[in-house]
Design a protein around this ligand. Structure first.
Ligand SMILES: Cc1cc2nc3c(=O)[nH]c(=O)nc-3n(C[C@H](O)[C@H](O)[C@H](O)COP(=O)(O)OP(=O)(O)OC[C@H]3O[C@@H](n4cnc5c(N)ncnc54)[C@H](O)[C@@H]3O)c2cc1C
Length: 439
């Protein structure tokens, strides 16, 4: 039996490698270079569409630990990355051409891989099937996936407001209340007087935004307009939108503020809050500079910055098992960014696990869930939980590490101990489950 894979990006390439390493054949479909995505430039596999960095190398951060775990699991992406590394301080950056050429060559020449350079437009009947067509899945396949998942569970656009750590909000300024005292006082409110609003407004409308890519020049729907675009419609606009002060009284003055930014709980524990209505296209350093001008947020630590871009992804919490299998048809796997994980390494990690598990199905073995204390195990557990939010920064996504604000004078003893435990646990898990190291 053969495993069919759609997409030879970071996830599909790693999945294919893991499967053939188990002795199982693969049919791999990749539409490039015949059909291109709006971001890819070559026909090579695992092309890095933007930065050439695979981010932090140190074990004390989640993505560094994830990379080390992947090395131990025989990852092709990591083998190519290490072989084509270029100096980049504490990060692992690669020569992008060498990196993807090396991966392409290994897979194209592999005796157990049949490569088809064609666009898949319908969900193939073959099983097991891995869908790893990425954030820029072709339109025809997107429609087909929507048919498979249901319309409400497949998204085409990602717009998210910045999130800050609750403990970094100045509670001597921000106050708890809900508008018109309706329900519980669940919102943290950052009040502004007129001069504070004037300064914030000027900074917001003059801040530097990401240039829109051609394929992102889509019409913003009203409920989802970047806050800076809304501001440019006129100075009063925000006062009737995300900064409206009506129904809120600042307990310190006894009066209604001129403007209010509301923060809403992002997780059940209340350790993170998002800036309501602040989806934005501003560059990240600009977000930090401008949003820290909001009273109460002067020292805010950002868990993640706001994003707005085209992105196809499924509602993993509803649709997927933590093994990356589709709940309603476990012989179908999703892997890569289409599951809601973000980043090159995370996408490849999802491909690694999906590939390993698809091969196990062929071998009549049950799929594996990696231990939750490992980075690779925490990733699917997180994206498939009901609280999951797409595009969390990875230290938070994995739920592994204490908040970044807990950094202890540059040293991170808790993270180091965690990384050690995670790697030991992974080694035990591999031995118990006879995960092949080499074939
Ligand atoms: C514009 C942009 C910039 C990014 N910048 C960064 C960054 O700097 N750092 C970072 O870590 N992450 C970045 N990401 C995220 C990163 O690209 C992804 O996390 C990663 O590439 C996703 O891997 P993937 O395998 O899921 O998808 P991809 O790597 O995109 O692979 C999907 C593959 O499927 C193929 N495909 C699509 N549809 C079909 C079809 N119908 N039939 C056959 N093949 C098909 C595509 O050609 C592609 O090769 C960026 C994403 C985008 C869109």
């Amino acid at each position: 039996m053969t495993v069919t894979i759609i997409g030879a990006g970071l996830a599909g390439a790693e999945a294919a490698w893991q499967i053939v390493r188990q002795g199982v054949p693969v049919q791999l479909f990749e539409m490039r270079p015949t059909e291109m995505t709006p971001a890819h430039k070559t026909g090579n596999f695992a092309e890095l569409v933007c930065s050439n960095s695979l981010r932090g190398a140190a074990l004390e951060n989640a993505v560094g630990l994830l990379k080390e775990e992947m090395r131990r699991l025989g990852s092709l992406i990591m083998e190519a990355a290490d072989a084509h590394a270029v100096p980049a301080g504490g990060a692992l950056a690669v020569d992008r051409e060498g990196f993807s050429a090396c991966i392409t060559e290994k897979l194209v020449n592999h005796p157990r891989i049949t490569l088809c350079r064609e666009e898949i437009r319908e969900i193939p009947a073959a099983r097991p099937l891995i869908i790893a067509s990425g954030p820029l899945t072709s339109p025809a396949l997107s429609r087909a996936i929507q048919g498979l998942t249901g319309e409400d569970y497949f998204y085409f656009y990602d717009a998210a407001a910045p999130i800050v750590y609750a403990e970094s909000v100045d509670l001597s300024v921000a106050f708890w209340a809900s508008r018109y005292d309706k329900g519980d006082a669940d919102y943290l409110n950052c009040p502004m007087d007129e001069s504070e609003y004037d300064r914030f407004y000027e900074a917001l409308v003059t801040a530097e935004a990401h240039p829109l890519k051609e394929f992102e020049k889509e019409i913003y729907f009203e409920g989802c307009m970047p806050v800076e675009v809304m501001a440019k419609r006129g100075k009063q606009t925000l006062l009737f939108g995300p900064l409206k002060p009506v129904g809120l009284i600042d307990p310190r003055t006894g009066r209604r503020p001129f403007a209010v930014v509301q923060l809403r709980k992002e997780n059940r524990q209340g350790s993170m809050y998002n800036l309501v209505g602040f989806q934005t296209h501003l560059k990240w350093p600009e977000q930090k500079r401008v949003f820290r001008m909001i009273p109460g947020l002067e020292q805010a630590e950002f868990v993640r910055y706001g994003v707005m871009h085209r992105n196809t992804f499924i509602n993993s919490p509803t649709l997927l098992l933590p093994t990356y299998q589709l709940r309603k048809d476990p012989s179908v796997f999703f892997a890569g960014q289409i599951t809601g994980v973000e980043g090159y390494v995370e996408s490849a990690a999802a491909g690694l696990v999906a590939g390993l598990n698809a091969a196990r199905l062929v071998q009549g073995r049950s799929p594996l869930r990696f231990p939750p204390e490992t980075a690779i195990g925490a990733l699917p557990a997180y994206i498939t939980t009901a609280e999951a939010k797409h595009f969390q920064p990875m230290n938070v996504t994995y739920g592994l590490f204490p908040p970044l604000v807990e950094k202890v004078k540059g040293k991170r003893p808790r993270q180091q101990a965690h990384a050690r435990r995670a790697l030991e646990s992974l080694e035990r898990f591999m031995a118990e489950n006879l995960i092949v190291k080499e074939i």
